[in-house]
Design a protein around this ligand. Structure first.
Ligand SMILES: Cc1ncc(COP(=O)(O)O)c(C=O)c1O
Length: 402
């Protein structure tokens, strides 16, 4: 057989996707409790679902046809108004917004639009697993600055300054964060923007969880003076509208970047999902989005977050974590337990799954600083199963103590 491309050697399989595949295979097993992947378990707003049915019945050809590569102009207009209303920054729907297949395509196209060979991109460690591999595919190099539990997972400005070189092309900021739930401090963003202006690099701001904020206020990076012209904001509907399988998101950026992304997208996916886009217009009408977030998403996840926090304190009292202010993950430092068990975080997760049928994600997947931690999401299980799952983790740890 002829060989596959050498390019494949640059990247690893996504460990989170491997766990998702494992869970897909055991979907029928109710006994498995998943604190693993971050897919919302809530149904999307009924207005979106009803519109999908209506479109399929009444406007079939339009609903399943192609649209332009940047997506439907009507949806881009609604996004532009919505962003201005929520965050006070205006993006021209014709030239500064592109609809993508989730944030995943936004990240890939943004990186391919800006990187040349050996350009450096700085990430916070630990971070989302979906950044480093597309950087490498686009020819870039990954650098890291640390974020530790003892500093509330906030990165330090002095580490950022020390990581900059003449090859720095971009910094990727994620807030609220996956895997830590941290909201980045205003001081860090201010320093980051000032440095980006001074040293002329891009900020890629992954705003996947911009609306999933329980307390405090998230920082809207493009709102900082000087930021908008050097910030690429990657967004998704997967979390805020609970439609991860429809694969839709959008990117906000200066015109030159949107043009570059459009050019690339013509050869990656041609155009975004038309049916989903028409249906999503309902998300922006008659207060559906505000109501859904305020009355369904935030109260549900906040209750689950508070419960998981309480149970972690009760059943894993020696673990250290930071109560997430946003997103839907606890990133838990379990080193005291691992040391006693003589296991690392990957072995812990593996054995926990096979012995107790509870899924957690090893912290090492998110970077070197994540070693000895596990990520636990509270997005996919209801409260009674969160309780059951953490009790099982408690029993699992206790079984090693005797
Ligand atoms: C930080 C972050 N960015 C991007 C994504 C990708 O989401 P999607 O491609 O479904 O929009 C995720 C998914 O979990 C995420 O957590």
């Amino acid at each position: 057989m002829p060989s596959v491309s050498d390019r494949l050697e640059l990247i690893r399989y996504s460990p989170i996707r491997q766990i998702a595949a494992l869970l897909d295979r055991s979907r029928s097993k109710r006994s498995i409790i998943s604190f693993g992947g971050g897919a919302p378990s809530l149904p999307p707003p009924k207005e979106i679902l009803e519109e999908i049915s209506r479109l399929l019945n009444d406007e079939t050809v339009r609903a399943v046809g192609y649209c332009g590569t940047k997506g439907l102009p009507e949806l881009r207009e609604l996004i532009s108004e919505d962003i201005e209303r929520y965050f006070g920054t205006y993006y021209d729907p014709n030239s500064e917004i592109i609809i993508t297949e989730g944030a995943t395509e936004g990240i890939l196209l943004a990186l391919f639009s800006i990187l040349n060979k050996n350009d450096e991109v700085i990430l916070i460690d630990p971070t989302y697993v979906g950044f480093s591999e597309p950087i490498k595919l686009a020819g870039g190099r990954v650098k890291h600055i640390p974020a530790l539990v003892k500093r509330g997972y906030q990165p330090r400005v002095e580490d950022l300054e020390a990581s900059l070189t003449s090859r720095t092309k971009a910094f990727i900021l994620l807030s609220p964060d996956n895997p830590t739930g941290r909201i980045i401090s205003r001081e860090f963003v201010k320093a980051l923007v000032d440095l980006a202006v001074d040293r002329d690099f891009w900020i890629i701001y992954d705003a996947t969880y911009k609306h999933i904020v329980y307390e405090g206020e998230n920082v809207w990076v493009p709102g900082f003076p000087g930021a908008m012209e050097r910030t690429i904001v990657v967004n998704t509907f997967s979390k805020e509208a609970s439609i991860p399988g429809l694969r839709l998101g959008y990117t906000l950026a200066p015109k030159e970047i949107i043009e570059a992304m459009e050019k690339l997208k013509q050869y990656t996916s041609l155009a975004p999902n038309t049916l989903g886009q028409y249906a999503l217009m309902k998300f922006y009408q008659d207060g559906v989005k505000d109501r859904y977030l305020k009355e369904v998403v935030l109260p549900t996840y906040k209750r689950r977050r508070d419960l998981m926090g309480e149970l972690l304190r009760k059943y894993l009292p020696e673990a250290e974590t930071v109560k997430p202010q946003g997103a839907f993950y606890y990133f838990v430092d379990i080193r005291p337990y691992l040391e006693r068990m003589g296991r690392d975080d990957k072995e812990f997760a593996n054995r926990l799954f096979y012995r107790k049928e509870v899924v957690v994600i090893p912290g090492a997947f998110f970077g070197e600083m994540g070693i000895g931690h596990v990520r636990m999401t509270f997005v996919s299980e209801p409260e009674e199963r969160i309780k059951e799952g953490i009790e099982r983790i408690g029993e699992f740890i206790f079984s090693y103590a005797i």
